[in-house]
Design a protein around this ligand. Structure first.
Ligand code: ARG
Length: 581
């Protein structure tokens, strides 16, 4: 992997702390870049632990010292920049305390000047990241697993772009495979043009289900399906046209969902796109000896050690597989985009597939194989109350979004009946609630989805963040004049909440960096929830507009900065930030 260029962004006070930490580390003969140091720092959430904490555990092995000993050595050696009031070693962490006036006087003007650009960085300049996300299957409902991939991928795309990377969003549609033989047979047998036009995916899905039910008693169906798929692969015109129609109709339904989510792609080259590349690829792999025949006439790429499953390249009957198309896709992406990294945002259920894929690319001699990353995530589980949105055995995303918006409309009608544009706001908030819920859980964990939890205006939810943002917008509209920096008295930001809020805002660029490094939007979700919570406590305790007049400009400035960070954070997660709700 290439090294990361120095970041020019971020705040001076934190950079100084990273510099002196790196200096103290160097004194122990441990050399780390500023970016590595910055990424290691944490924002501790326990009382008494300082404003930033540097964990020493990861260095214990290299330095052959106990973490607590490293922390004390660092505390002893570290220079104190002027923003720092105290440095202490506690439980294996180096803890740093800041002087709030200095931090506020630096951070707030930066946010006021940079607005939504605050937190942007240069580390990705000149580097391209391919991102494979969403990738639903043609003629099948857009399920919740695909939703989670879609929202994680979309958010990571915005985060990585914020860090300066160029991104290529790829919708690797599941648009090829033996199921299309089944669909062709089923459609000719039982298809209905009217239903296909009205609700294409629901109709195609019904046909698919019916095919499987009927095939139990009529084995001839499977054989017919195989023949039709073979014809499709050989380029039969009628089958090809039918397949194209299924694909177009499905994609236009998916696009409706993407529009609601604000999701876009740079390419929708799906599995079928690679068809022509498969036989040259296979020939090359056979000639170079990378692929060989398995016991049963199949063609495989042996990988790893003893007992590890080989990658199946071609079945004995000549059919290629999902993995074959992924190999071709990886080569195509590298040749086309020269990516610095290629991310696959796919559920953990496919972990083995990606291990095999990456190992096979390595066996093929591609030194870029180590740039591939499986960004995996857990399952989405629905509470019982969700089952009303179920059709047959699955939950359609369309129905989930519709219900979320309906419920939000009822909440708004109750809380704020006079709201203008209530329908547009309900759309932004209802859809936002579903999106945020997926991102507020660390991606490797399962998500449990329930209406009341996800929609609560006062919970750890998207609507809560949007509501806080709207409340701030109306406060600032009431103030209604620009803030001149020389009238801001920094010393007034002295309550515990103000101090913490300022530090939270100062920590925002680091949070974005960490989210990008870990491919983890949840880092931002947690930072925003914390910010909103601190702000709401502050708002309840402190009289902002009609309190002490000299304190007002500082408090309004702080409020405006919180609003900017919330707005930008919501955008990075893929949510809208309405000004009223
Ligand atoms: N369409 C696949 C599925 O629904 C996911 C595709 C993931 N991307 C990839 N390049 N394999 O399971």
């Amino acid at each position: 992997m290439t090294t990361v260029a120095p970041a020019r962004s971020g705040t001076v006070y934190f950079r100084e702390v990273c510099e002196s930490t790196a200096g103290a580390l160097a004194g122990l003969s441990c050399h780390r870049s500023l970016e590595d140091v910055a990424a290691m720092y944490e924002a501790p959430d326990r009382k008494g632990l300082g404003d930033s904490a540097f964990p020493c555990f990861p260095l214990a092995k290299e330095l052959k010292m106990a973490p607590q000993e490293i922390a004390s050595q660092l505390a002893g050696r570290m220079e104190r920049p002027r923003s720092v009031t105290d440095v202490r070693a506690i439980g294996g962490y180096l803890n740093v305390w800041y002087k709030p006036e200095i931090v506020a006087a630096e951070v707030l003007p930066i946010i006021a000047a940079q607005g939504q650009r605050y937190g942007s960085a240069e580390e990705g300049r000149g580097r391209t990241i391919c991102m494979d996300y969403s990738h639903p299957n043609i003629a099948k409902p857009f399920g919740v697993g695909h939703l989670r991939s879609t929202v994680i991928g979309h958010s990571l795309k915005r985060i990585l772009e914020k860090l300066g990377y160029s991104t290529i969003g790829i919708n690797h549609l599941g648009d090829w495979g033996t199921q299309f033989g089944k669909l062709i047979v089923a459609f000719r047998e039982w298809g209905d043009e009217g239903k296909l036009a009205a609700e294409p995916i629901a109709h195609l899905y019904d046909l698919y289900v019916r095919f499987h039910a009927d095939a139990e008693s009529d084995p001839g169906l499977e054989e017919r399906a195989r023949r039709e798929f073979k014809k499709l692969e050989d380029g039969d015109r009628d089958n090809r046209l039918l397949w194209q129609r299924f694909r177009d109709l499905s994609l236009s339904e998916f696009e409706r969902v993407y529009r609601r989510l604000g999701v876009t792609f740079d390419s929708d080259a799906g599995e079928a796109f690679y068809n022509e590349r498969l036989s040259p690829l296979i020939d090359r792999l056979v000639q170079s000896g990378v692929a060989r025949s398995g016991e049963d006439g199949a063609l495989i790429i042996p990988i790893g050690g003893e007992g590890e499953a080989p990658l199946l390249l071609r079945k004995a009957d000549g059919a290629t597989l999902y993995a074959t198309r992924d190999l071709a896709a990886a080569e195509y992406r590298y040749d086309t985009y020269h990516f610095d990294r290629c991310l696959y945002i796919v559920g953990s259920a496919q972990a083995l597939h990606f291990q095999q894929l990456f190992a096979a690319l390595k066996a093929m001699g591609h030194d870029w194989a180590e740039r591939m990353v499986h960004v995996e995530f857990g399952w989405v589980k629905f509470a019982d109350t969700m089952m009303s949105t179920r059709r047959g055995n699955i939950i359609f995303l369309d129905d989930v979004l519709a219900e979320a918006v309906e419920r939000t409309k009822r909440i708004i009608a109750d809380k704020n009946p006079a709201l203008e544009d209530a329908d547009a706001v309900a759309e932004a908030v209802g859809v936002g609630a579903v999106v945020f819920w997926q991102l507020s859980v660390k991606r490797q964990k399962d998500v449990n989805f329930d209406w009341d939890d996800a929609l609560a205006f006062d919970g750890r939810t998207g609507p809560y963040l949007q509501y806080t943002h709207a409340r701030l917008s109306s406060l600032l509209a009431k103030w209604g004049k620009p803030i001149s920096m020389d009238r801001v008295a920094w010393g007034h930001l002295n309550s515990e909440e103000e101090r913490k809020l300022v530090l939270r805002l100062g920590d925002w660029p680091r949070a974005i960096q960490v989210a990008g490094r870990q491919y983890e939007p949840q880092v931002l979700a947690a930072a925003l929830l914390d910010t909103a919570q601190l702000y709401n406590t502050f708002y309840q305790k402190v009289r902002i507009l009609d309190g002490e007049a000299e304190a007002a400009p500082a408090r309004i400035l702080l409020s405006d900065c919180v609003r900017q960070v919330l707005a930008e954070g919501l955008c990075l997660l893929g949510l809208q930030a309405p000004h009223q709700m």
